[in-house]
Design a protein around this ligand. Structure first.
Ligand code: TYD
Length: 209
């Protein structure tokens, strides 16, 4: 079971990742809680570069995919092979949303990188590792901006204007439309308890809890 958590900055996914990990652990699962970019020592170094250094969109895309490759090989694939549950704070949909939607980088190139980086075994291009379920916390960027205002020192992405997040949101919507079985869209403009109820319902609908 591989579940990813997605949404624009400020959509409020983080607390629910912890909550779902607790619920699944209480039901006897071994849960690996991880994030992208990051999740390994090398990928965390790449994360610091991507979040803090100015760079062009292709460089950004290559670095997040490099981080993803290391993360898949070191953490995600071994965990899935053991039968653990993997909960990942962002995965490839974030690349399509941020570098593709937000930055306007070529989606066809991202698709090629996705096929290469996420190939399972040696059959590059045939089987591609994707989450079994993607929880998409969808929120109006104007509301997300209000939530983020003054909360902390913004990183490179959090400092972007609302228009950037409109494009990121459209990127997520496009990915969700392409893979409706995998995506669960959660209305993030609700109380935390209401969003949490929707998280549990989406996980149950998949037969995962
Ligand atoms: P985020 O997941 O929001 O973590 P935190 O809560 O610590 O801020 O931050 C990760 C940022 O990286 C987020 O702004 C989205 C961006 N990102 C990309 O641009 N491309 C990617 O492929 C991934 C995984 C993340």
């Amino acid at each position: 079971m591989f579940i990813s958590f997605e949404g624009i900055d400020g959509a409020g996914k983080s607390t629910h990742i912890e909550g779902l990990a607790s619920v699944l652990r209480a039901r006897g699962h071994t849960v690996v809680l991880t994030r992208e970019p990051g999740g390994t020592p090398l990928a965390e170094k790449l994360r610091a570069l991507v979040l803090n250094e100015p760079m062009d969109a292709m460089t950004e895309a290559l670095l997040v995919f490099a981080a993803r490759r290391d993360h898949l090989q070191q953490v995600i694939e071994p965990a899935l092979a053991r039968g653990d549950v993997v909960l990942c704070d962002r995965y490839t949909d974030a690349t399509f949303a941020y570098q593709g939607g937000g930055r306007g980088f070529d989606l066809a190139v991202l698709q090629t990188l996705e096929q290469w980086v996420q190939a399972i075994g040696t059959q590059a291009g045939h089987a591609v590792r994707q989450p079994d379920l993607t929880l998409w916390f969808d929120l109006d960027p104007a509301i997300a901006a209000q939530r983020l205002a003054g909360a902390r020192v913004p990183d490179k992405f959090e400092a972007q204007p609302v228009a950037f997040f409109e494009a990121v949101r459209a990127g997520y919507a496009q990915r969700a439309a392409q893979d409706p079985q995998r995506f669960a869209r959660l209305e993030a403009n609700q109380t935390r308890d209401a969003v949490w109820a929707d998280v549990l319902a989406a996980v149950k609908a998949k037969g995962f809890a």
